[in-house]
Design a protein around this ligand. Structure first.
Ligand code: ATP
Length: 302
């Protein structure tokens, strides 16, 4: 069962195309991390999904059905910018949520606030630090115990301890059966929490899949060339190489199979210090959004 399905989501702001045909399927019970450079379209995707911005075309289905007011009972959303009311206290927000959502659990909200270091619920939101506001928004969203959580950079502005707490909350909610879609620029966090990822660039999904599958079999073969201008003509023609990066004397080849053969080629060319390393999610992300990933082109780094 798919919890969320986006099909051909397209959004234009005037002449600017923010979403250019987003297709995405998020299985039920999955933690899905959405990555992308600034301005890629992550927030716009979330807003279109929730009807906060009207998509120009395309469809969104939750559990196979279009969004209705009743669907919101099952969805928790943390927007990129706080939606808390400045003039209300944290306690008043808890009361407000209790009246608004049947499954909201005030004792869970208090426990989460305590855990995230927002101990005094009599404070007005305007008196909270940026990180405390985010922590409050997280506590309120998770206390609703929704089936689906859509979190737009939920750890932004949080200290490392609270970032870890929020990641653990995400993992625990998934263990409870919730589906979680979250965006973050902290790739290490996405790697820790997400089973699947999507990478957006210029309004499109340029890479999508299970983190383990995306990493499987892919390696980086790294070597040090005799000089910065040392010619490695012909190296890129090796069909096992997806892309080559050069930075100073260091050359890095992204390889999808037979890394040892590529390492041997590089040694033959005259490179030293050859290493074969696993790709981490940051490499996969950078590979997906850098130019020339579809052919084995050489990218010179600044
Ligand atoms: P970030 O990582 O910086 O938060 P993002 O991936 O969430 O970025 P969006 O906020 O979805 O990106 O923005 C995608 C593009 O759409 C950007 O170029 C942005 O300027 C543009 N955009 C978003 N909202 C509007 C709007 N209301 N009017 C015009 N352009 C908009």
């Amino acid at each position: 069962m798919n919890a969320i399905t986006l099909s051909g989501l397209y959004k234009r702001f005037g002449a600017f195309v923010a979403l250019d045909g987003v297709d995405l399927t998020i299985p039920a019970g999955c933690v899905f991390g959405l990555l992308g450079p600034n301005g890629a379209g992550k927030t716009t995707t979330f807003k279109c999904m929730l009807g906060l911005v009207r998509a120009t075309s395309g469809t969104v289905a939750f559990d196979g059905a279009p969004l209705t007011p009743a669907t919101f009972e099952h969805i928790g959303y943390i927007p990129e910018r706080s939606v808390l009311y400045d003039w209300m206290t944290v306690r008043e927000h808890i009361e407000y949520m209790r009246h608004s959502f049947a499954r909201f659990d005030p004792s869970k909200a208090h426990a989460l606030l305590e855990q995230l270091g927002v101990g005094d619920d009599r404070k007005r939101v305007r008196a909270l630090s940026k990180g405390m506001r985010t922590a409050t928004a997280v506590a309120l969203a998770f206390a609703r115990q929704p089936d689906i959580l859509i979190l737009d950079e939920p750890t932004s502005g949080l200290d490392p301890i609270n970032q870890r707490t929020v990641l653990n909350l995400i993992i625990n909610e998934a263990a409870r059966g919730a589906t979680i879609l979250f965006s973050s620029h902290q790739i290490g966090q996405v790697e820790r929490a997400a089973e699947r990822i999507g990478v957006m660039q210029r309004g499109r999904i340029v890479l999508e899949g299970a983190v383990d599958d995306l990493k499987a079999g892919r390696k980086i073969v790294e070597g040090i060339l005799p000089s910065e201008t040392f010619a490695i003509d012909g190296f890129a023609a090796n069909p096992n190489i997806d892309r080559i990066e050069r930075s100073g004397r260091v050359v890095r080849a992204f390889v999808h199979q037979q890394p040892d053969a590529v390492a041997a080629d590089l040694t033959q060319l005259g490179a030293g210090g050859i290493r074969v390393v696993d790709l981490n999610l940051e490499d996969i992300f950078l590979d997906a959004v850098s130019p020339g990933t579809s052919t084995a082109s050489v990218v010179e780094e600044a």
